[in-house]
Write a protein that binds this ligand. Structure first.
Ligand SMILES: Nc1ncnc2c1ncn2[C@@H]1O[C@H](COP(=O)(O)OP(=O)(O)OP(=O)(O)O)[C@@H](O)[C@H]1O
Ligand SMILES: [Mg+2]
Length: 399
């Protein structure tokens, strides 16, 4: 039995559903590789949205060979150099051109050896062939150096209409009789994953040519790992308590991160001030319970934390907000980091002063440092020398 996902895999780019702009960018990237500033392109988007199959369709169309490797099979730095190193060298005169496809680079971040990403980044710059990377979530901090080297191409979550269209086509070709309503049910249940939708259709039609509504029960509850963007979309867009309540259930992120995400994106979606105020009120309520759980290990309170974060925030809006919003990655962590860096100088100076005057750095921070700031204005050089300050510390005094 052949899998329908393979059987109906697009062989031409025009057969790929949706993603018009992304496909255009991808093709342009490969065809005009010589003129590209970036040595690699990174296609990212949800699972089953067509990232891998688009690369194959493009290769076929452009008569290129695909050299595929999966990043999750990379074990360490040397191993990466070995596997990729061989294929990125000069093109031979007689071979046809190729695309190097490195699938699932988000798998790299799970690798113990931190040199992995760096090794890959170094290899990219040496390639004479287009390299295409794919990922579901490219925004992990470990991948930042990789992101900078890549042209980023986003595959957005497929709409249920796009999924429905493909299912309709396949059902017709397979001569399966099935009502549009049933196909729509399948299409909406998969959260944008067309691969899952196609295999559901195949499961339902195995051994028969007519599918009825009752058959859907076979599929049961799907246990999809939602990503945070989808969860945000549900919480911020929907007003249906039942739907919203489950939105965080299959999430990889922990609740602490969900707080930051909601904090960042609430104002993007809730344009009405009253909605926004109510939304933040629920976020703060959830935060109170989070504190109680932490302090008293009162895990039963998780129920409340979850309800406030989901239903509380969702029902804070009077009306639904329509239209697409691009949710942002939370900036909060970056701000923490910047703040930490800002204080890093201050703290190291305090330590140096404390050493000299036999005090504690905490006390120096409180009592002496303000005076040092004033004295430094007149007598900076001597102090810098006496305390052995480095450039950054001197800059801190001068700012
Ligand atoms: N946009 C699309 N147009 C047509 N078919 C698609 C599309 N997206 C997915 N498919 C179908 O689903 C199958 C799986 O898609 P593909 O392997 O390209 O997904 P992916 O985005 O690479 O997912 P993953 O992140 O899990 O690797 C394809 O073989 C094809 O049959
Ligand atoms: Mg893939």
């Amino acid at each position: 039995m052949k899998l329908w996902t393979k059987k109906y895999q697009p062989t031409k780019l025009k057969d790929v559903q949706a993603h018009e702009k992304a496909i255009y960018d991808l093709k342009d990237y490969v065809v005009n590789y010589k003129f590209q500033k970036k040595k690699a392109a990174l296609i990212y988007g949800p699972t089953g949205s067509g990232k891998t199959c688009s690369v194959y369709a493009l290769a076929k169309e452009s008569d290129l060979e695909v050299v595929e490797m999966n990043a999750s099979s990379f074990r360490n730095k040397d191993n990466i150099n070995e596997i990729i190193g061989g294929s990125i060298g000069q093109a031979s005169l007689f071979n046809k051109g190729k695309i190097i496809l490195i699938d699932e680079v988000d798998g790299l971040s799970g690798m113990k050896d931190r040199g992995g990403v760096q090794a890959l980044v170094t290899l990219l710059s040496k390639s004479s062939f287009p390299i295409i990377l794919t990922a579901n979530d490219p925004w992990q901090s470990k991948l930042s150096s990789l992101r900078m080297k890549c042209k980023m191409i986003e595959f957005q979550t497929l709409s249920y209409i796009s999924i429905f269209n493909v299912l309709r086509k396949i059902a017709t070709l397979e001569k399966v009789r099935v009502h549009d309503d049933i196909l729509k049910k399948i299409a909406t249940s998969v959260g944008g994953d067309l691969r899952a939708a196609i295999s559901d259709l195949q499961t339902l039609s195995s051994g028969k040519k007519v599918i009825v509504k009752e058959d859907l029960e076979v599929l049961g509850e799907r246990n999809k790992k939602e990503n945070i963007f989808e969860a945000l979309k549900i919480i911020l867009k929907s007003k249906d308590a039942d739907v919203v309540l489950g939105s965080l259930d299959n999430l990889d992120e922990n609740f602490d991160e969900v707080f930051l995400w909601l904090d960042e994106n609430l104002p993007i979606e809730y344009k009405n001030n009253l909605d926004l105020a109510r939304g933040f009120n629920y976020l703060s309520k959830a935060d109170i319970f989070r504190g109680r759980i932490r302090r008293w290990q009162h895990w039963r309170f998780l129920v409340y934390e979850r309800v406030f974060l989901t239903v509380g925030i969702a029902l804070s809006k009077d009306k639904k907000y329509f239209g697409f919003q691009r949710y942002k990655r939370t900036q909060r962590i970056l701000k923490y980091w910047k703040a930490k860096m800002k204080y890093a100088q201050r703290n190291s100076i305090a330590e140096k002063i404390a050493m000299k005057i036999h005090s504690s750095s905490k006390k120096v921070l409180r009592d002496e440092l303000p005076y040092f700031k004033i004295i430094f204005k007149n007598n900076g050089q001597d102090i810098a020398k006496e305390l052995d300050l480095d450039e950054k510390e001197i800059a801190w005094f001068n700012k």
